[in-house]
Design a binder for this molecule. Structure first.
Ligand code: NDP
Length: 450
């Protein structure tokens, strides 16, 4: 058994039943074969064994009282995965599906994503199996305060700086920041994704979605094309999906679909973005009501999805932007996209495509932007928020947007050049994994056995 496969086998026996985590580890490690074969130093320094083991895993009880006076208990997590390049950086996810495997896969991906940005940030991730849906504002506040009552002792502006993710937006960041400040007495940049009123950065809200679209445009430019006039399928209707759709419109493309956990909307003439913002950012409603305003749109509920995948990918389009959650794009979905003429997939979400779907995209040689490259604009702009907090400055929207664009370009060029260097031009999965790995691994070697 070679170095990579023996490490994966060891991991499966020492961390049992963590499927999503194994999936992320296998995807990264398998594409590292070309660099590991050519360089003994990584094996000699046990880099792979060290990389797959988080530096620290914190699990804690989150007790809180609901509006009826009942005591509820959730599980909280913060995985501090790797600090070779800087303070741990990565979001907090509040969703009922959260478990140790999901947080570990997200934290593992985050190491390479953060390395790819070229910025001084390590990798971490956290969250809770808390379901914010249907909870009152007061319940959300009490949950966030309880979560932070444990988390505060593990984080800090130069040690670990969490941000948002699924179920955690500006409202939740606000409640957590308030509790951190109360417990520590310190007003400091310990969280990103803060409100613009008190330390947030312009463009942070838009950054992941905008970044995934900039990345898509760089992929197309390299093939002599552009997003202008393209019809695009988008999944999700949250933070990433909304701002991906906004940027698509700005770049002359048309988003024709979006989805949430209950169903998919397809609108031939283009998604009504103001309506989606109103439904999701203000009334926190579900997408089934979209048809009340647009009877010409199609709504498909999850129960009516194809057995081997998701309705959102079953329409003909030029490009696809998965922006909801992990494993939301299956082999069946990939086949449908390729048959329908799709030439580009840019992943706004983390690990949205299954292993088999990714293999189909790479075999078909379409432009495929893996999440750790395409959605890195969010964490990159979080780092810009940290930089503004530390220097007590506030940059304009245009300044931050320009930096974001430049970072996405650098990520594309780095992944693309690395793919070419290792004999697989255009394979951005291979290029992103190797480029991210090389930066972290070399830093780990220079810092000794820690
Ligand atoms: P949000 O909570 O704002 O939105 C998530 C969207 O996806 C919602 O529309 C939600 O539906 C839908 N969704 C969630 N889970 C499922 C599911 N199991 N099946 C179908 N739909 C689902 O999260 P974000 O937009 O912030 O995050 C989306 C993805 O992007 C995640 O993978 C996240 O890790 C990744 N990401 C986010 C970054 C950020 O800056 N926010 C940065 C980098 C990556 P509903 O409305 O019904 O809940």
């Amino acid at each position: 058994m070679n170095y990579i496969h023996s490490t994966i086998a060891q991991l499966k026996s020492s961390s049992p039943a963590q499927c999503e985590f194994y999936q992320a580890v296998e995807e990264v490690l398998e594409s590292l074969e070309p660099i590991l074969e050519n360089s003994e130093k990584y094996k000699k320094n046990a880099i792979i064994q060290r990389l797959v083991e988080p530096e620290r895993q914190i699990m804690f009880r989150v007790p809180w009282v609901d509006d009826e006076g009942n005591i509820q208990v959730n599980k909280g997590y913060r995985i501090e995965f790797n600090s070779a390049l800087g303070p741990y950086k990565g979001g907090l996810r509040f969703h009922p599906s959260v478990n140790a495997s999901i947080i570990k896969f997200l934290g593992f991906e985050q190491i390479f994503k953060n390395a790819l940005t070229g910025l001084p940030i390590g990798g971490g991730k956290g969250g809770a199996n808390f379901d914010p849906k249907g909870r009152s504002d007061a319940e959300i506040m009490r949950f966030c305060q309880s979560f932070m009552s444990e988390l505060y002792r593990h984080i800090g502006p130069t040690t670990d700086v969490p941000a948002g993710d699924i179920g955690v937006g500006a409202r939740e960041i606000g409640y957590m920041f308030g509790q951190y400040k109360r417990l520590t007495g310190r007003y400091e940049g310990v969280l990103t994704g803060k409100s613009l009123l008190w330390g947030g950065s312009l463009v942070r809200k838009e950054a992941t979605g905008y970044g995934a679209v900039y990345f898509a445009d760089y992929m197309l430019q390299a093939r002599g094309g552009s997003l202008q006039g393209k019809r695009c399928l988008v999944s999700g209707a949250g933070n990433v999906a909304i701002y991906a759709m906004e940027k698509l419109y700005q770049m002359g493309a048309t988003p024709v679909s979006c989805s949430d956990s209950r169903g998919t909307v397809y609108h031939e003439s283009g998604i009504d973005l103001d309506l989606i913002k109103c439904l999701k950012e203000q009334s926190r409603d579900c997408l089934s009501t979209y048809k009340q305003t647009h009877p010409d749109a199609i709504y498909i509920a999850v129960n009516d999805y194809p057995k081997d995948g998701h309705a959102v990918w079953r329409f003909n389009a030029d490009a696809a932007f998965p922006c909801a959650t992990q494993n939301e794009l299956t082999q069946g979905d990939a086949n449908a996209l390729l048959t329908g003429g799709c030439l580009l997939v840019s992943e706004g979400a983390n690990m949205p495509s299954t292993k088999e779907a990714i293999e189909s995209f790479i075999a078909a040689k379409i432009a495929y932007g893996p999440g750790k490259a395409a959605n890195a604009g969010g964490v990159a702009t979080s780092q810009l928020e940290m930089a503004q907090n530390a220097s007590m400055q506030s940059w304009t929207f245009e300044e931050v947007d320009e930096k974001l664009k430049q970072i996405m370009k650098n990520i594309f060029v780095t992944a693309n050049d690395t793919a070419t260097e290792f004999g697989e031009p255009g394979n951005l999965l291979l290029g992103a994994n190797i480029a991210g790995f090389r930066r972290v691994a070399d830093a780990m070697i220079e810092q000794g056995v820690v």
